[in-house]
Design a protein around this ligand. Sequence first.
Ligand SMILES: [Zn+2]
Length: 83
Amino acid sequence: MEALDGNGAAGKLSEVFAVDVTSARGRCDSCGNVAQLGEAVVYMNAPGLVIRCRACEGVLLVLVSGDRMRRLTVRGMSWLELA
Ligand SMILES: [Zn+2]
């Protein structure tokens, strides 16, 4: 499956967040790397949107969309800093 950089997730994430999350900084819970989400590795249909840490490939965020809901998992991040 082809991976994109984190900016490829901007459209899908704008369905959930009112701000541009790709410019937000997050800390990977697996390796401690701190980076903007736009610098991460994105798989658009994995299924759903999966964002992985560029340093260790740990899963940072998963967004699955259904007919009437969206489920967001951010368990792979210690924190997410929105400007
Ligand atoms: Zn990591």
